[in-house]
Design a protein. Structure first.
Length: 447
């Protein structure tokens, strides 16, 4: 049983959810606005947050931000529409545990919720690396990734894993740990994006009683908890300058100093850092210390996006996630239909493996036969570009309309040529992805 804060403005839906969660022995408190959500967080402690993205006075990310001030910050799940998957990706970067797309399927929610609560427990100090199903992939790009993981694993060098959200950086870090001589010791993952400036030092290095208001007793930090093992710093670019200085010292001198304490403590941890951003750019912008960058960057591994992994990996991963969801949900699903595979191959997966896992899990939940078909896909994934064309007003004869019609036609052509790989299409069109998305929205192309 967990105490859950649900922030959702649709009252009918929130009542339904509340009833459903209560039936599963959870205690639920419902708030309808960002303001109410933040004020509830100030007064009470919750084990999990369930946040609607669009709220009348703002969005769920604002509540998420306020939750980072809590020690420890509770895991949060964002509920969002499929079209807002990019927002969800942003939420994950800000420390959300996961997202689910609306309309929310209660069984799916329960699954994600239990996973979040389980993971919360695992993250408590001294947790060993939990067993996990790591799929290597079989395309050339995936082989290269695994080769690098194997190569660095037996050493003690610091590693930066760079890749888009949901590409499997934490999984890659766990793999390095499991293949290393530290495998028998703890693997501790810290989501630096989820820590406030104030809490980050105490979370990493610990504190002594009385160090600040609320420090009621000595607390060991994660450096000590991971002793002999591996510390995974996710979204390392989010650490404040002050914490970066302390981290550098910990890495260089292998000693840490708990907040408010005078006695240095020796540490022995291997650091693996992950980032979505190009940290070097952050160095140039002055938001990330250059000396720390070099210290962390003893070896850098690019974790490929799902688009880059190629079709055979897409099949491999979707089979894996389908089987995984079928086992978890006790359903007899054998696979996905050919039509679904075709749609998958045209979609560009901005949320990468996490999004593929979420989409397949939902499909397994909704499927009634042995094969999950097109009808179980989120509707937005099944719209063809030519369907949009028929909805558009007829092309005018003025120059502006002609130019736009040409532009639209050209974008569609390039999208087709690239099999709807939007990154590649943007490259070919010599525009950035955001511009391409804007133009697609303008012309009603939404594959
Ligand atoms: N190699 C893999 N084999 C099987 N599943 C994987 C693998 N990599 C990732 N996944 C799945 O994708 C999900 C997201 O992976 P992970 O959390 O490692 O991504 P990430 O890159 O660290 O994300 P973020 O940047 O948002 O922190 C995992 O929970 C898991 O379900």
């Amino acid at each position: 049983m967990a105490t859950i804060l649900l922030v959702e403005d649709d009252t009918t839906f929130s009542q339904l959810l509340e009833g459903f969660l209560k039936k599963h022995d959870h205690h639920v408190e419902v708030k309808n606005t960002v303001k109410q959500g933040i004020s509830a967080l100030e007064k009470n402690t919750y084990e999990l947050l369930l946040l609607d993205y669009r709220l009348p006075d703002g969005n769920g990310l604002e509540v998420l931000k306020a939750a980072r001030e809590k020690d420890p910050p509770p895991p949060a799940i964002i509920m969002t529409s499929f079209n807002d998957v990019r927002t969800a990706v942003k939420a994950i970067r800000m420390g959300a545990f996961d997202y689910i797309t609306k309309p929310v399927n209660p069984e799916e929610l329960l699954l994600v919720l239990n996973e979040a609560l389980r993971k919360k427990e695992q993250r408590e100090p001294t947790g060993r690396a939990a067993s996990f199903d790591f799929i290597r992939g079989k395309g050339a790009v995936s082989n290269k990734l695994y080769e690098y993981l194997e190569l660095v694993a037996p050493t003690d060098i610091a590693v930066i894993l760079q890749g888009e959200s949901g590409t499997g950086k934490e999984y890659a870090a766990r793999t390095i740990h499991m293949l290393s001589k530290r495998a028998g010791k703890p693997f501790i993952a810290i989501d630096c994006g989820a820590l406030s400036k104030e809490l980050a030092s105490s979370e990493l290095f610990g504190h002594v009683k009385g160090a600040f208001t609320g420090a009621l007793q000595d607390k060991k930090g994660q450096f000590e908890a991971a002793s002999g093992g591996t510390l995974f710093l996710d979204e390392v670019g989010n650490l404040s300058y002050e914490v970066q200085v302390k981290l550098l010292r910990a890495l260089q001198e292998k000693i840490i100093q708990p907040v408010g304490g005078n006695t240095p403590v020796r540490t022995d941890v291997r650091i693996i850092a992950a980032t979505n951003d190009d940290l070097l750019q952050n160095v140039e912008k002055g938001t990330f210390r250059e000396d720390l960058y070099h210290r962390l960057n003893e070896f850098k591994i690019d974790v490929p996006s799902l688009r880059e992994r190629g079709g055979s990996d897409l099949t491999l991963f979707s089979n894996h996630f389908t089987a995984q969801a079928a086992a978890e949900l006790g359903k007899e699903i054998k696979g996905l239909s050919e039509e679904v595979r075709e749609i998958f191959s045209h979609y560009d997966w901005p949320g990468n493996l996490r999004e593929l896992r979420n989409v397949t899990r939902r499909m397994v939940l909704l499927a009634s036969g042995e094969i999950a078909g097109r009808e179980t896909l989120p509707e937005e994934m099944t719209i063809q570009p030519d369907q949009h064309q028929s909805h558009l007003p007829p092309v005018g004869t003025d120059l502006k309309s002609l130019k736009e019609a040409n532009e639209k036609e050209h974008i569609l052509k390039v999208l087709e040529e690239t099999r709807y790989n939007k990154s590649l299409a943007a490259k070919m069109l010599n525009i950035d992805r955001t511009t391409l998305y804007n133009k697609m929205a303008k012309y009603g192309i939404s594959l």
